[in-house]
Ligand binder design. Structure first.
Ligand code: URP
Ligand code: ZN
Ligand code: ZN
Length: 463
C-alpha cells in the first residue's frame, strides 16, 4: 500500500501539469492522471500545487559562532524547515581550527543523528586551510560524500583566508570534483572601517552595515571569480546581497564561466533602514553581508527572474535577541551575525515572487529546490517529482494566508525578521520519502527520521 496524492498540479523546474502522484517505498512510483485509489491512502490536493520538497542549501544549525551557539539545533531547525516546505538541508559543518576535516565532520554527524526531522547533507566550512587540510579534500569528497567547501574572504583574524589559499583550494577542487563556495566580502577593508567606527564611538547596529559597504562585497566577488577562472574551477558565491556582486556573477556567466550565485529571503524584503529601528531592535538584522539600500532588491529580483542567480538559500543562523544579540549592545562588532530564516524561506519567495508576479512557478521550483540539488550532487534523487525520485513532496495551498510571527513560528528563537509580514501560500502537507511529516498545522514526523544524503562530486556546468 502506498500514498496517493490526488487532484493536484505538479510543478517542476520545467513543467506544470495536472497529475496524481503515487508514492511507494519512499519514492515516486507512478505519475499519471486518474490513478485508481486501490487500497492506497489517498490525500486530496485539489486546488494545490505539488512542489518538489524544498532544498535549503545554506543553514547553520547548532553552530558555535560569534562567541555563542546558534539557537536552533538539528531538531528545532529541521522541524521549522519542514513547516516551511523544506525537506532537505545542506548544513555547514564547521571545520574547527587545528582539527582534521574528517574529525570535524564526525562532530556534525553527531549533532544531526537522532535529531534531524528532514534529510540533510553537509558542506564543510573551513576553519584553517593548512596543507594537511587541503590534502584531505579528495577523501572527503570520495569517502564522506561531502563535495562543497566554503571559504571566507572576510572575518579577518578568524576565518578569513588569503588569495593564495583560495586559489590553491580552487585548483584542488577542480581536480577532485568539489565546489568551492565563497563568502565574498573584503575582510581587510572591513577591518579598517570597523576599527575606525568604534574609535569614533559609533557602536549601534547600523554601523555593522556602514562598515561593510556593497563595494567590499563586489570587489571580493570579482576577485574570487578571477581566481576561479585562472584555476579553471567552478565557483558558488553564497548570500549575494547587492548589484555589485550580482553583476559580477552575470558578467562571468556571459563569458561562459561556471559561476553560480545564491541569494536569500532577507535581502529581497528587508533593507538598511531595519538597522535604524530603535531600542537595539536593529540587532535582529545584523548578518553578513548586511542588508542593503532598497534599490538593490530590484536588481536581485531581476537576477532571480533571469536565473542569473540560480539558488535561494536561507542562511539560517538564529540568535536570540535576549542573551545572544545583546552581547553587542555596546559594540556592533560583537553582535552575533545571522538571523532565523529557515522556516519562511519558501513563503517569502512564493508570496513576493510568484503571488506578486515577479517570478513564475517553474522558477520558484528551480530556485528553492532543483538547482541546489543539481549543484550539490543530489539530483535527481532530490529536487524533482519524477518516477524513481525520493517522494519528497510539498502540497502547497496557494490560497492559504498567514502572518509570520515569532509568537507562532517553530524556530527556537525569540525573534523573526519577517515579523508581521502577511504571506499567501503555505504547505498543507509535507512528505519526506513518502511519509507525511506536516499535516496542516501539525508536525507528524519524528526527530531522527532525517537521513544523511551523500553529495556526488560536482560536474562544473549544471545550471
Ligand atoms: O551573518 C551570517 N551570514 N551568519 C552566518 C555565517 C555566514 O557568513 O554565512
Ligand atoms: Zn557567509
Ligand atoms: Zn551562512
Amino acid at each position: 500500500m502506498g500514498t496517493l496524492i490526488r487532484g493536484g498540479t505538479v510543478v517542476t523546474a520545467s513543467d506544470v501539469s495536472r497529475a496524481d502522484v503515487l508514492m511507494e517505498n519512499g519514492v515516486v512510483a507512478v505519475l499519471a492522471n486518474g490513478i485508481a485509489p486501490g487500497d492506497h491512502r489517498v490525500v486530496d490536493a485539489e486546488g494545490c500545487y505539488l512542489f518538489p520538497g524544498g532544498i535549503d542549501p545554506h543553514t547553520h544549525l547548532d553552530m558555535p559562532f560569534g562567541g555563542t551557539v546558534t539557537a536552533d539545533d538539528f531538531r528545532t531547525g529541521t522541524i521549522a524547515a519542514a513547516f516551511g516546505g523544506t525537506t532537505t538541508i545542506v548544513d555547514f559543518a564547521l571545520h574547527q581550527k587545528g582539527d582534521t576535516l574528517s574529525n570535524s565532520l564526525r562532530t556534525w554527524h553527531r549533532k544531526a543523528e537522532g535529531k534531524a526531522a528532514i534529510d540533510y547533507a553537509f558542506h564543510m566550512m573551513i576553519g584553517d586551510m593548512r596543507d594537511e587540510v587541503m590534502q584531505e579534500i579528495p577523501q572527503i569528497v570520495e569517502r564522506e560524500g561531502v563535495s562543497s567547501f566554503k571559504l571566507f574572504m572576510a572575518y579577518k583574524n578568524n576565518l578569513q583566508v588569503d588569495d593564495e589559499t583560495l586559489f590553491r583550494v580552487l585548483r584542488m577542487a577542480a581536480r577532485v570534483g568539489a565546489l568551492v563556495q565563497v563568502h565574498a566580502e573584503n575582510g581587510d577593508v572591513i577591518e579598517v572601517l570597523v576599527k575606525e567606527a568604534l574609535a569614533n564611538g559609533q557602536t549601534e547596529p547600523k554601523y555593522h552595515a556602514l562598515t561593510r559597504p556593497p563595494e567590499a562585497e563586489g570587489e571580493a566577488t570579482v576577485r574570487a571569480i578571477r581566481l576561479a577562472e585562472i584555476a579553471g574551477a567552478p565557483l558558488y558565491v553564497v548570500h549575494v546581497t547587492c548589484a555589485q556582486a550580482a553583476d559580477a556573477i552575470s558578467d562571468a556567466r556571459k563569458r561562459g564561466l561556471p559561476i553560480y550565485g545564491e541569494t536569500c529571503p532577507q535581502y529581497l524584503v528587508c533593507d538598511y533602514t531595519d538597522y535604524e529601528r530603535p531600542d537595539f531592535a536593529g540587532a535582529k538584522y545584523v548578518m553578513s553581508p548586511p542588508l542593503r539600500d532598497k534599490w538593490h532588491q530590484g536588481v536581485l529580483w531581476n537576477k532571480l527572474r533571469n536565473l542569473e542567480l540560480q539558488v535561494f538559500g536561507s542562511d539560517q543562523c538564529s540568535f536570540n535577541l535576549k542573551g545572544q544579540k545583546e552581547l553587542g549592545r555596546h559594540d556592533f562588532s560583537r553582535i552575533p551575525n545571522g538571523s532565523p530564516t529557515i522556516e519562511d524561506r519558501m513563503s517569502i519567495l512564493y508570496h513576493h515572487g510568484v503571488h506578486e508576479g515577479r517570478i513564475g512557478l517553474n522558477k520558484f521550483v528551480a530556485l528553492t529546490s532543483t538547482n541546489a540539488a543539481k549543484l550539490f550532487g543530489l539530483f535527481p534523487r532530490k529536487g524533482a517529482i519524477a518516477v524513481g525520485s525520493d517522494a519528497d513532496i510539498v502540497v502547497w495551498d496557494p490560497k492559504a494566508q498567514r502572518t509570520i510571527s515569532a509568537a507562532t513560528h517553530h524556530m527556537n528563537v525569540d525573534n523573526n525578521i519577517f515579523e508581521g509580514f502577511q504571506v499567501m501560500g503555505k504547505p498543507r502537507h509535507v512528505f519526506l520519502r513518502g511519509e507525511m511529516i506536516v499535516d496542516q498545522d501539525q508536525f507528524v514526523g519524528r526527530p531522527g527520521m532525517g537521513q544523511f544524503q551523500r553529495c556526488d562530486p560536482i560536474s562544473p556546468v549544471q545550471v
